[in-house]
Design a protein around this ligand. Structure first.
Ligand SMILES: CCCCCCCC/C=C\CCCC(=O)SCCNC(=O)CCNC(=O)[C@H](O)C(C)(C)COP(=O)(O)OP(=O)(O)OC[C@H]1O[C@@H](n2cnc3c(N)ncnc32)[C@H](O)[C@@H]1OP(=O)(O)O
Ligand SMILES: Cc1cc2nc3c(=O)[nH]c(=O)nc-3n(C[C@H](O)[C@H](O)[C@H](O)COP(=O)(O)OP(=O)(O)OC[C@H]3O[C@@H](n4cnc5c(N)ncnc54)[C@H](O)[C@@H]3O)c2cc1C
Length: 669
């Protein structure tokens, strides 16, 4: 037990890796300085005995899980302050991002940080939608944890269709207050993280009424609990929504209002306003209210989809290199399961996806920052493209990541089913992101709206923005014979996207021509529309990955690996969607065997570097939290040690034997 020797198969894998793993780590982190900072941060937090897990959380009750998560959250956020004060290196914001969006948080609070929404949604909403005075007051209070806040938008009856929210905020000019009410059961807020028992304030999204008129949904800051006693304020009905598939320590809650009054100044008034006499002043665009959702969608691509997938891949790949099962050639000895081509097909394409997600996330983050600066100057021109790309990248990356994490679990056989593998909690975290912050199908349909408009614009000779420029050029280029090259893959993916978009646009037009209402035509075509949005996203990710792999300033050895992964990304999704490539990219069935062979050759080439690639992600054992994935590969010792943490193993004979089993066995049924 507790041996520090490295498993000999893993050792051999590391010795045969063809590139410098540290170079990949630096590339992944964004440079050697960033790697150094990350490691210092991990050491500072993860070496603290107070933050170590004493009993695996699976063995705690629902209430104990929450209480333990809260204890650790408080310690964690004290330490963040300590870190910023003592090191002076890195702003507190960097540290928060690493804790909430990076993987450090998942090491300490694997089922979710109950304070997350304070930083991920409340503060961005106040900063994006509050006036300067509102920011000056609320940001410092929430930032310094004088108050703890959440973002309450979704209701029992409505999550997607937010124009249908039912909570009302009615302005009373006689007292200059808004009066909040929940007129129906379905108008109760339902889901906000930290709302149950953690937060004392929330941004509440409600229908604004003034002078007898409804002006649609707006954000308000509402106090929920007394700052001293934490008792719910009069008229506030609040609680936790109960146990879930995952994220069980994030403390999702419900909230109802009965004539709850807040001052007029608590309406976030950067965009629209209500004057003291009740006059409503319009926002330059009602979609500015949706800004926080864009921010979180952008952050999720890297912070959840790519990060948790890199974790699952590290676990499954290391395990596959040391696990032996069966023989490929009779009598040749048992084989590392990583030698099976089917196993490589399960693990290596998700490795490629992980890289594609990271490049796309970096691109998305950059355009988010530049478009946000443009919005602040009153320029809304690029908002539709940002919204469209944030929607499809959030949807495709969380879907790919959740699916691939499940494949990683299956790739580790029975042991992957154990909580101690850390697959269940990892999957629970990522599949939640397929739903929250905009359900994925709904988001794909938002992107499709943008694409159909862009298609119409391309046809009428209008200007197109960066991500849809190909809709102009693609249909004009003649289809060429298939060539197995990255460049050809890039073009083929764009042709597939353009073809799918055109099919949707013409299907809608055809229906409208025979008298179908445009909205019904949209609904009838929506299966294809969601697919078109996905193919557009895939074409974008393919091109971004090609640009990254071909232009990365790295050694030839690492570049070779990046190109192999990029080719694998393309060949994998092509073979998975052959029909599309036959229909739109000039692929013939006679081309398929050579592409299949290309993909299989890539699996073979990546095989010797598989452990090196996941080692390059540089995820420490404390962050991985997996008996199967630890760096030393001592899987069987760890599985035993974890099994012995089961409370059922505390006594050789459990008391239930005397209470139930023995009388039953002796009862002679
Ligand atoms: C760092 C890592 C993060 C760690 C995370 C840790 C844990 C956090 C855990 C959980 C957090 C979860 C929080 C939440 O879930 S909060 C709730 C989120 N809710 C949603 O996302 C709701 C989804 N629904 C919507 O976004 C919208 O209602 C809608 C689906 C877009 C529809 O809205 P609406 O009906 O108003 O709009 P239309 O469809 O009619 O479209 C009208 C035009 O508006 C454009 N549009 C829509 N949205 C936006 C936007 N955000 N920005 C800009 N423009 C937008 C749309 O494209 C239409 O344009 P057009 O020109 O075609 O008319
Ligand atoms: C773990 C978790 C944490 C959350 N945290 C928060 C939070 O902090 N704050 C908050 O306010 N909310 C939060 N939410 C709520 C979340 O944002 C919503 O659940 C999400 O937006 C989906 O809405 P819904 O649940 O109403 O699903 P629905 O909209 O009812 O979706 C159900 C089905 O209907 C389909 N559908 C709905 N509308 C359309 C359409 N227009 N076209 C085609 N299909 C459609 C969907 O595709 C889906 O298949 C959280 C949710 C989860 C799971």
């Amino acid at each position: 037990m507790g041996s520090i020797t490295i498993n000999k198969d893993l050792l051999r894998e590391r010795q045969s890796c063809t590139f410098n793993v540290l170079e990949l780590t630096h590339l992944w982190d964004g440079g050697p300085e960033k790697t150094k900072e990350r490691k210092e941060l991990e050491k500072f937090f993860l070496d603290d005995p107070e933050l170590q897990e004493k009993i695996p959380s699976e063995y705690l009750s629902h209430k104990e899980k929450y209480q333990e998560a809260l204890r650790r959250s408080c310690l964690l956020f004290k330490k963040i302050k300590e870190w910023s004060d003592t090191t002076g290196c890195g702003s507190q914001m960097d540290t928060f991002q690493n804790i909430l969006g990076g993987m450090l948080g998942s090491a300490i609070l694997p089922d979710g940080v109950p304070f997350a929404l304070n930083y991920v949604m409340f503060l961005p909403t106040v900063m994006g939608q509050g006036t300067m005075q509102q920011q000056a007051y609320w940001v410092s209070r929430a930032w310094n944890c004088e108050i703890m806040c959440t973002y309450a938008q979704t209701e029992l009856g409505h999550g997607t269709f937010i124009r249908g929210l039912e909570t009302t905020a009615t302005y009373d000019p006689s007292t200059e207050e808004f009066v909040f009410n929940s007129p129906t059961l379905t108008s109760y807020k339902w889901w906000p993280g930290g709302l149950g028992h953690t937060c004392n304030y929330a941004v509440v999204v409600a229908q604004l009424y003034t002078k007898g008129q409804c002006h649609g949904i707006h954000p308000f800051i509402v106090q929920l609990r007394d700052e001293e006693t934490h008792m719910p304020l009069p008229g506030i009905k609040i609680g936790e929504i109960g146990s879930k598939l995952g994220m069980n320590t994030i403390n999702n809650g419900y909230l109802g209002f009965e004539n709850v009054r807040i001052p007029r100044e608590n309406m976030l008034m950067k965009n629209s306003k209500v004057l003291p006499d009740g006059t409503y002043v319009n926002s330059p665009s009602d979609k500015l209210t949706y800004g926080t959702m864009i921010f979180v969608r952008v952050a999720l691509v890297r912070g959840i989809a790519a990060a948790y997938l890199s974790k699952a891949l590290t676990i499954a790949t290391r395990y596959s290199a040391l696990r032996k099962q069966g023989e490929i050639k009779p009598g040749a000895g048992e084989t590392q399961i990583l030698e099976y081509r089917t196993q490589q097909h399960k693990l290596f394409p998700p490795m490629a996806m992980c890289f594609a997600m990271r490049c796309s996330a970096d691109w998305l983050w950059d355009i988010y920052n530049s478009v946000t600066a443009e919005l602040d100057r009153g320029d809304l021109e690029r908002l539709p493209e940002l919204h469209a790309m944030a929607c499809c990248l959030k949807a495709v990356c969380t879907k790919d990541s959740a699916k691939a994490i499940e494949v990683c679990r299956l790739a580790t056989g029975g042991h992957g089913y154990m909580n101690s593998s850390n697959f269940p909690s990892t999957y629970g975290m990522v599949t939640a992101a397929e739903t929250y912050e905009g359900e994925n199908t709904v988001l794909l349909l938002q992107t499709a709206r943008f694409l159909v408009k862009a298609w119409q614009q391309a046809r009428s000779g209008g200007n197109l923005t960066e991500t849809v420029e190909y809709l102009k050029t693609m249909p004009l280029q003649p289809l060429s014979l298939w060539v197995n090259s990255l460049q050809h893959l890039g073009i083929a993916f764009k042709r597939v996207a353009a073809g799918n978009i055109e099919t949707c646009a013409t299907s809608i037009e055809r229906r409208i021509l025979v008298g179908v209402a445009p909205e019904d035509a949209w609904n009838e075509v929506s299966i294809q529309l969601a697919k078109a949005a996905e193919t557009h996203c895939r074409a974008f990710m393919m091109q971004i990955f090609i640009n990254f792999a071909t232009s990365a300033q790295v050694s030839p050895e690492l570049k070779k690996v990046l190109i192999e992964l990029c080719e694998l990304y393309g060949t994998y999704f092509l073979l998975d969607n052959l029909g599309d490539f036959f229909m739109y990219a000039g692929l013939r069935s006679s081309d398929v065997p050579s592409i299949q062979e290309w993909m299989e050759t890539l699996l073979h080439k990546i095989r010797p570097n598989a452990v090196g690639i996941v080692d390059g992600f540089d995820i420490s054992d404390a962050v991985l939290r997996s008996a199967l994935g630890a760096y030393d590969g001592n899987v069987y010792e760890r599985l035993f040690a974890e099994a012995n943490k089961s409370p059922l193993n505390a006594e050789p004979v459990d008391e239930s034997f005397h209470k139930y089993l023995k009388p039953f066995l002796k009862s002679n049924l």
